[in-house]
Design a protein around this ligand. Structure first.
Ligand SMILES: Nc1ncnc2c1ncn2[C@@H]1O[C@H](COP(=O)(O)OP(=O)(O)OP(=O)(O)O)[C@@H](O)[C@H]1O
Ligand SMILES: [Mg+2]
Length: 326
């Protein structure tokens, strides 16, 4: 039997995270499904409080889910021992925080910061030095090797931080709003370094971002809404496969294993869809129409949920309604 997310590098299956704060339950993740393949560069977007950081902290091995399963590169994160968790954080994932000051040790130079995780992993001196030089060069911050963080700009600190995060060649690089504290020009250099980590150094990258410039430059953008993945936008390559060559964007919705589908609010509201929609099976797609009975209720008439739409109403409503996924 195939398992959910087989072959994916990251597979979250019905992930739930409930926080208890002063007797109040906060459901930060409410059955989130997500798969990310090896080598992908993916952006995660969503309103404040939608659960993005909660998900990143779980993927980073810093937090555990309340329910559901999560696997990253073969590691089952819900059932790791403390020792396995530490090893996981050292070698399988790299992490970059929004706060530049949180990513680097202030009293170490750029080189010492990047070498530190390799030192902890027991890498020999020569290997450390050459890997560090290679990384700083690739990330465009070779000049920051001898400098301490307070002698670097915010963007330089973030790029050195990427070097620290991927020093031990992790399978996944997680970045939670890495450009959140930067101006747009600096943000672009940091995003460029994340692209380099992905394309030249082969790391799978997952970026949480509010920055429309970032989300418009990646092929896959996943939207989280109310603790669930709701829609994703995929951009097909138009031709030569370069970073600038992002073609037509197509929006997708996540279909979970129970067959649930969340329709984007912008689409449903525009068509007056609520409470219930009418479905129509076609040979190659599913049609979704506003239930005409809803329209009546919305207008304040017939507060009666039993009336099925009448044929004529359906037809006229059907003309401009959303057509389901092919
Ligand atoms: N330690 C905690 N204790 C209680 N509630 C929490 C805790 N951490 C997060 N939450 C709540 O969980 C929900 C999701 O929070 P999360 O930080 O994941 O959101 P986010 O999508 O990262 O938002 P932002 O874009 O503002 O960073 C929010 O309602 C938040 O208040
Ligand atoms: Mg957050």
């Amino acid at each position: 039997m195939t398992q959910f997310g087989d072959g994916a590098l990251i597979a979250c299956d019905r992930l739930v995270r409930i926080y208890q704060a002063e007797g109040i339950e906060v459901q930060a993740l409410q059955g989130l499904d997500l798969t990310v393949g090896k080598g992908e560069l993916t952006a995660l977007v969503g309103a404040s409080g939608s659960g993005k950081s909660t998900l990143m902290n779980i993927l980073a091995g810093l937090d555990v889910p309340t329910a559901g399963s999560v696997r990253v590169d073969g590691h089952d994160l819900a059932s790791m021992s403390a020792r396995q968790r530490l090893a996981y954080r050292r070698s399988t994932v790299g992490f970059i925080w929004q706060q530049t000051a949180r990513n680097l040790l202030p009293y170490l130079t750029g080189t010492q910061n990047v070498e530190l995780p390799m030192r902890l992993a027991g890498a020999p001196g020569q290997a450390r030095r050459s890997r560090c030089a290679e990384l700083l060069e690739a990330l465009g911050v070779a000049h920051c090797g001898p400098r301490r963080p307070d002698q670097m700009s915010g963007g330089e600190q973030q790029r050195v931080a990427i070097g620290v995060a991927i020093a031990n060649s992790p399978s996944v690089l997680l970045a939670d709003e890495p450009t959140g504290e930067l101006d747009s020009v600096t943000a672009a250099t940091v995003f460029g370094a994340l692209q380099t980590a992905n394309s030249a150094l082969g790391v799978t990258v997952l970026i949480v971002t509010h920055d429309p410039a970032v989300s418009s430059m990646v092929r896959r953008v996943i939207a989280i809404r109310d603790g669930r993945t709701s829609t994703e936008t995929l951009r097909a390559a138009a031709g030569d496969g370069t970073a600038d060559d992002l073609g037509h964007a197509v929006e997708y919705a996540v279909l979970d294993r129970a067959g649930r589908l969340q329709l984007p609010r912008e689409m449903t509201e525009a068509l007056g869809m609520r409470d219930r929609v009418r479905l129509e099976q076609n040979p190659d797609h599913i049609g979704v129409w506003a239930d005409s009975a809803n329209g009546d209720r919305a207008n304040g008439n017939k507060a009666n949920g039993h009336g099925n739409g009448h044929a004529a109403g359906r037809d006229s409503a059907g003309r401009d309604s959303a057509e389901g996924a092919r």
